[in-house]
Design a protein. Structure first.
Length: 341
């Protein structure tokens, strides 16, 4: 049932039409909730440091975490001391908030926070309450609370936390799907909610139809993911993607938009046997054991959950390098510099 529903998120089917009245109610409640925060009925907390939210209005992966990683590394180069807060979706920690470190793992704190920590080497705190996460990041990490800027991975709808910069990421390939809110569509809020964004970033190429839906008041920038040389999950051996083109390989993805990863591998000249799993899927040995013993290619976000498996020697991780409009960084720095936080 859920799979059929999600298939209709791109082009509505009968089930989606039947659920449309619920989606209309969802949209009204989303607007009402935001209105209560804006009117001061619900209170937003202000952290003593600037807060950058990298989020969006669609469920699933649109490229938020890669942008967080790129933004963190850019700010470090500029002399800032950024820290990251995140929900830690799928994490099984017994307590929150929790600091991510070398002793944690994706199963404990979530795949994306662990990946951000390992690739950025900055303080990362996870938990369902982003306000608590922020205070713990700034004050409670045993002397590590020297961050001068907080970046929230996701949280566009987490109005309890006041933000300095709101960045909304849009999947250029998927767009806004059928344009409906949950459950009949993929949207957490109506498209008009993008008016709150200080910056809109489109992941991939944008179409005229997509641009028509984005409010004219939003500054728009672009980013793209370019696949890099693969490395073996067990022993870190490296191979160019072209070295996998001599025979079919398995491509496994448990990310928000598996089709992007699959199409990029095909564009690199690979003959793939694709297998898509739900976003944040907890992989098992069975998921990755194939009778033909062909190599398995996957993203870094997925691979971080597969370390230590006996099949790791057959898994090749394909990193992706993010390319972003340089003007995006300048815009973020200008908004931070205004000091209205």
């Amino acid at each position: 049932m859920l799979n059929k529903l999600q298939q209709g998120w791109l082009r509505a089917r009968l089930l989606n039409y039947l659920l449309a009245p619920i989606s209309w109610c969802y949209a009204v409640l989303a607007r009402l909730r935001y209105g209560c925060y804006r009117a001061g009925i619900f209170k937003s907390r202000v952290l003593p440091r600037p807060v950058i939210v990298v989020g969006g209005i669609s469920v699933g992966g649109s490229g938020k975490s890669p942008l967080v990683i790129a933004l963190v590394n850019h700010l470090k180069e500029k002399g800032f001391k950024p820290g990251v807060i995140a929900r830690g979706y799928g994490g099984k920690s017994a307590f929150w908030p929790r600091a991510v470190n070398q002793a944690t793992c994706a199963q404990l704190v979530g795949d994306e926070p662990q990946l951000i920590f390992e690739q950025c080497d900055v303080p990362v705190v996870v938990g369902p309450d982003r306000v608590r996460n922020g205070y713990y990041l700034l004050d409670g990490m045993n002397g590590n609370g020297n961050c001068d800027i907080v970046i929230s991975d996701d949280g566009y709808q987490h109005f309890a936390l006041k933000r300095t910069v709101d960045i909304a990421v849009v999947d250029g390939q998927y767009g806004f799907g059928n344009g409906w809110c949950l459950p009949a569509g993929p949207l957490r809020e109506p498209i008009a909610a993008l008016k709150r964004a200080d910056i809109v970033v489109i992941n991939g190429q944008s179409t005229e139809e997509l641009l028509r839906h984005i409010p004219a008041c939003c500054p728009i920038y672009h980013m793209s993911m370019e696949l890099q040389e693969a490395y073996n999950l067990a022993d870190n051996r490296r191979r160019k993607l072209s070295e996998f083109s001599n025979r079919p390989v398995h491509a496994v993805a448990g990310i928000g938009n598996p089709l992007r990863f699959f199409s990029q591998l095909e564009q690199a000249g690979l003959d793939i046997i694709p297998q898509a799993f739900p976003d944040h899927h907890r992989f098992t040995e069975h998921d990755l054991s194939f009778a033909d013993n062909r190599e398995v290619l996957m993203t870094e976000k997925d691979a971080i959950k597969c370390r230590g498996m006996s099949v790791a020697k057959n898994i090749w991780v394909v990193p992706a390098k993010l390319r972003v409009d340089e003007e995006l960084y300048l815009r973020v720095e200008a908004l931070i510099g205004k000091g209205h936080w």
